[in-house]
Design a binder for this molecule. Structure first.
Ligand code: 13P
Length: 265
């Protein structure tokens, strides 16, 4: 993993069926230029992962799973495991606030998923962030610390190199009420300081940190300019190919693309 590249992740959530996902990928691949300093990851519905993995040009896009079960196999009706996703996805969202708050995922579930992903050569994107109540009660930093400790229990320094942290305040997700850069500056400092406490200075400097929550084309550059922010986790705005392409371009330092991608294989 490197912090030289910006990481832009599009989380499509429970939108687009397999056919729509394929059409959307086709459109996006025609628009998005490949830049050496930007890595673009798409997190479609789990149903579309297999077909998109055959359609995708992996120099242009990588895939992430939005969710999976942490056990490797067995009688777990309806679940999909990390070994089943191995080779299909490079990344996995873990601990997204919608998983924590709608589906009741606990820190224990989340740390088990982090472990399962790493065990199966999938890079976890560990999502953390405070609720409105926690924010109002001045508990943002405590929440960040608790969720980092909860999610990273048993993770070694070597394994941490495979993990990206995404700061997504719950009150900013899907609300249009995005965090102001000053909030993100404080959060990213708190994250790196907790990583320093747990793993030391070098790890705190090396770990990738993303911001997510109502990111739009016109706010992307402000977040990307924050010292210590390495990319964006984009929900709604990633479902519009032109807007998502604009966000990706904001992450590219120079104006000229390195390679013109034609899309597809
Ligand atoms: P929105 O960009 O729609 O607020 O969603 C953010 C998010 O949850 C990405 O994972």
């Amino acid at each position: 993993m490197t912090r030289d590249k910006k990481l832009i992740v599009g989380n499509w959530k429970m939108n687009l069926n397999t056919h729509e996902a394929s059409l959307y990928l086709h459109k996006l691949s025609g628009l998005v230029k490949t830049h050496r300093d930007v890595e673009v990851v798409l997190a479609p519905t789990i149903l579309a992962l297999q077909s998109l993995s055959l359609q995708i040009d992996r120099r242009q896009f990588k895939l992430a799973v939005q969710n999976f079960y942490w056990r490797d196999h067995g009688a777990y009706t309806g679940e999909v495991s990390a070994p089943q996703l191995r080779g299909v996805v490079e990344y996995a969202l873990v601990g997204h606030s919608e998983r924590r708050h709608i589906f009741g995922e606990t820190d224990k579930d989340i740390r088990n998923k982090v472990q399962a992903a790493i065990r199966n050569d999938i890079q976890p994107i560990l999502c953390i962030g405070e609720t409105t109540t926690e924010r109002v009660n001045n508990e943002t930093i405590d929440t960040i610390n608790d969720q980092l400790i909860g999610g990273l229990t048993n993770v070694t320094s070597e394994e941490l190199k495979r993990i990206t942290i995404a700061y997504e305040p719950v009150w900013a997700i899907g609300t249009g009420n995005n965090a102001v850069p000053a909030d993100v500056v404080k959060a990213v400092k708190a994250i790196r300081s907790q990583i320093k406490h747990l793993y030391g200075v070098a790890a705190a400097d090396d770990v990738r940190v993303l911001y997510g929550g109502s990111v739009k084309a016109d706010s992307a550059a402000d977040y990307l300019a924050i010292d210590g922010i390495d990319g964006l986790l984009v929900g709604g705005a990633s479902l519009d190919a032109h807007v998502f392409e604009e966000i990706i371009n904001k992450a590219h330092k120079g104006s000229k693309p390195d390679i013109k991608s034609r899309g597809g294989k």
